[in-house]
Design a protein around this ligand. Structure first.
Ligand code: VG1
Ligand code: CO
Length: 542
């Protein structure tokens, strides 16, 4: 087989965001677009003699992109690629395979919770040998490489048959096609008490798992229905489709509305959950009660010791800065460390590797632990199930007891989507310019205690990340945070994160939007959102 060296020129804008490079699918399918980025990855991490994992969430172009990446890996001298059958791997399963096989990293094809299809989104990201997303230094180097690239390497070959598990070869490179589910399911069995969860299902416990026509379908059916004995049909939208059936595979109350309706209806099962495009996010719902992701993280941290994999206790808990401080209160009660990182799972990697944190989470429906180096949707669902099987209480009872013990961090996120980029930038610029003068001002009856633009110094390697979100904190412990999304593919998305603490015992049962009303008003007033963007109401509320 011949290796071809194709001349190319840099393509503008190949800068990875919060989680890899994401663009509209037609952009990714454009002339040399995928090839330039993949060659830049290999140029930075080196491919000769190395072993990589490859898989994606099955969205449109996943199968074609996989063939191109395999041919380029072979042309760049890789020794072996482990690829999920059908080029499918959930993000946490890919992370696990990278670690299990001690490989040199992996390439994940996904735009996560963004819609998929010929006119929707596609994405590619590189994960390191520890199984976690490449840190900023590495993604920056990849971006720089895309700006100076002059050629890429690819072998001339027929498509490989990825539909059958087994070993094959491509121009001297070994290709192992593996079952995407088996190793991941085996890992889950080591962490959780499958016997106890099976007994709970056998006693009549009912659940709904909505995979949103995305990648977790086969994982959920195998683990929940086959291994844990949940009733057939527990898992819905369980067949991954290239366009996610036209759904927006983002597990939140807006996009997983069917699940919300069922959980708040008369025939609601005991427990409901949904996951996103690539399977790293989760939403958890009890009968008639929604669990905010920040609360879910706190409850999981407080109860993880009830699952065998965490019986020895946690080393620490880490959360992204915009996530509520509910988990910090648990860490304080447990006497363990807690960490506050910028948005994006890549910032948890060092804390997990160094053994400083065991459980991590983000307000954006992401929770995970040191079992892999990505957030893990089904892991969170299984930990909840394990906790429910031990405590034998409802989700509502568990939340009520949690708030009674720790107090309640009322929390919500308001997203304003598809704002013209220059308007969003002007708004953030004006707010940043005003930060220095905010301390001591009284807004909506609350005194501003501090205001800054969050910067993070990694305690393990000392790397510094600046401009990670504007925070305005009030003397009563309330705060709001504003930042622009780094995962969108069109215009700007403004995220407004809102938090207010109620110590209890009174005032623990309010509607979060009502409890947060003064903070919401303060955020709109101080940031002058309507004035800069014309927006007065959010598109998505979580
Ligand atoms: C969003 C979330 C962030 C998450 C990221 C990737 O980023 O806010 O918490 O880590 O998506 O998740 P941003 O920059 O749009 O706010 V996923 O499931 O898309 O890999
Ligand atoms: Co995701």
């Amino acid at each position: 087989m011949t290796i071809r060296i194709i001349p190319t020129t840099p393509i503008a804008g190949q800068k990875p965001g919060t989680s890899g490079l994401r663009k509209k699918t037609p952009v990714f399918m454009g002339h040399h677009y995928l090839e330039n980025f993949v060659q830049s990855i290999f140029d930075v991490v080196g491919a000769a003699g190395k072993t990589f994992v490859l898989g994606g969430d099955g969205r449109y172009f996943n199968d074609r992109a996989a063939q191109v990446i395999l041919r380029m890996a072979a042309a760049n001298g890789a020794a072996r690629v482990i690829v999920g059958q059908g080029a499918i791997l959930s993000t946490p399963a890919a992370s696990h395979l990278i670690r299990l096989n001690k490989t040199d990293g992996g390439i994940i094809m996904s735009a996560s919770h963004n819609p998929g299809g010929p006119e929707e989104d596609f994405g590619v990201k590189f994960n390191m040998p520890n199984g976690g997303p490449a840190p900023e230094g590495v993604t920056e180097a990849m971006y720089r490489r895309t700006t100076e690239i002059t050629e890429y390497r690819i072998v001339e070959a027929q498509d490989l048959d990825l539909s059958r598990v087994g070993r094959t070869a491509l121009a001297g490179m070994v290709v192992d096609v593996v079952d995407p589910v088996a190793d991941y399911a085996a890992l889950m069995e080591t962490l959780f008490d499958f016997g106890a969860i099976r007994a709970m299902f056998a006693s009549g416990f009912r659940m709904r798992m909505d995979s949103m026509c995305a990648v977790t379908g086969p994982y959920a059916v195998e683990i929940l229905e086959r291994r844990l004995g949940a009733a057939p049909g527990t898992c819905v939208n369980a067949v991954p489709l290239p366009d996610f059936g036209g759904m927006h595979p983002d597990p939140n109350p807006t996009w997983a509305k069917a699940l919300m309706d069922e959980m708040f209806g008369d025939a609601a099962p005991d427990f409901g959950a949904a996951s996103d495009g690539d399977g790293d996010r989760n939403m958890v719902v009890g009968r008639g009660i929604y669990v905010s992701p920040s609360d879910s993280l706190a409850v999981l941290a407080a109860n993880a010791h009830l699952a065998p994999g965490y019986a020895q206790g946690l080393k620490g808990v880490a959360r992204s800065m915009p996530t509520s401080a509910a988990a910090d209160r648990v860490a304080a009660a447990l006497g363990i460390g807690h960490y506050e990182t910028p948005t994006g799972w890549k910032f948890f990697g060092n804390l997990l590797d160094a053994g400083r944190a065991t459980i991590c989470g983000e307000e954006s429906f992401g929770t995970g632990s040191d079992h892999v180096r990505e957030k893990d949707g089904l892991w969170a669902v299984l930990l909840w199930l394990n906790i429910l099987s031990v405590r034998k209480q409802t989700v509502a009872e568990i939340l009520a007891e949690h708030w009674a013990r720790f107090g309640r961090n009322y929390y919500s996120r308001h997203d304003f989507e598809a704002i013209a980029t220059e308007k969003a930038d002007a708004m953030m610029g004006a707010l940043r310019g005003a930060l220095a003068g905010l301390k001591g001002q009284v807004v909506e009856g609350m005194v501003i205690a501090a205001a800054d633009d969050f910067a993070y110094t990694d305690p393990v390697d000392g790397s510094v990340s600046t401009k990670q979100g504007v925070r305005v904190m009030f003397e009563d412990g309330s705060r709001f945070v504003l930042r622009l999304s780094g995962t969108g593919t069109e215009g700007a998305t403004l995220r407004m994160y809102l938090e207010r603490f109620a110590p209890g015992p009174d005032g623990l049962d309010l509607d979060p939007q009502a409890a947060l009303a003064p903070v919401i008003a303060a955020a709109h007033g101080l940031a002058r959102i309507a004035e800069f963007t014309g927006r007065t109401a959010p598109d998505v509320v979580t």
